[in-house]
Design a protein around this ligand. Structure first.
Ligand code: ADP
Length: 160
């Protein structure tokens, strides 16, 4: 049986850390849907359309991965689409509290959904989209952190 997994997030913008998790998930599950959150408590730098477009470009070559918008509650999406697994990335201990709380809350809302935590290659454990945005603002070198087209979009946002 092919298991479908979802990987939700803000992806503002997608980074090599996210992509590392996506590649690991794609080897474990039959299909992986990246769900780009339309509503987020954070103010995003990129519009929903841009966050989706950048994520699509980043995973274009991975056969079993698709990118979609998540406009409502994650557990409702999972229920409506018979999704059994939600993938989350765990970087450092600082991610643990919120991820644990979210996993248990989602279980209350939809008990059939299992949260699977994956850890990235250690070179990405300190990497976050917020750091990338800050570096982009200062036109720092981003080769180690995001694909070239993401870096170019960031530089355009912060054109001098
Ligand atoms: P961020 O925390 O970078 O703003 P998101 O809100 O888009 O990213 O997070 C989506 C998921 O991806 C979360 O589970 C988050 O922990 C995970 N994630 C983000 N960056 C990394 C990384 N560098 N390595 C592993 N997982 C990551």
């Amino acid at each position: 049986m092919s298991v479908k997994a979802i990987y939700p997030g803000t992806f503002d913008p997608i980074t090599f850390g996210h992509i590392d998790i996506i590649k690991r998930a794609a080897t474990l599950f039959g299909q992986v849907e990246i769900l780009v959150a339309a509503y987020t408590s954070k103010d995003t730098l990129f519009s929903l359309e841009d966050r989706i477009a950048l994520a699509r470009q980043a995973v274009a070559e991975i056969d079993n991965v698709v990118v979609k918008e998540l406009s409502g509650l994650l557990t409702e999406y999972a229920r409506a689409n018979q999704v059994q697994v939600v993938v989350r990335g765990l970087r450092m201990i600082s991610d643990f509290d919120i991820e644990f709380q979210m996993a248990l809350t989602n279980r209350k809302l939809y008990p059939c959904l299992e949260t699977v935590f994956l850890t990235p290659n250690e070179k990405y454990i300190y990497l976050s989209a917020s750091i990338v945005r800050e570096l982009g603002k200062l036109h720092a070198q981003l080769d180690e952190f995001v694909p070239k087209f993401v870096a170019e979009s960031l530089y355009r946002k912060f054109a001098r």
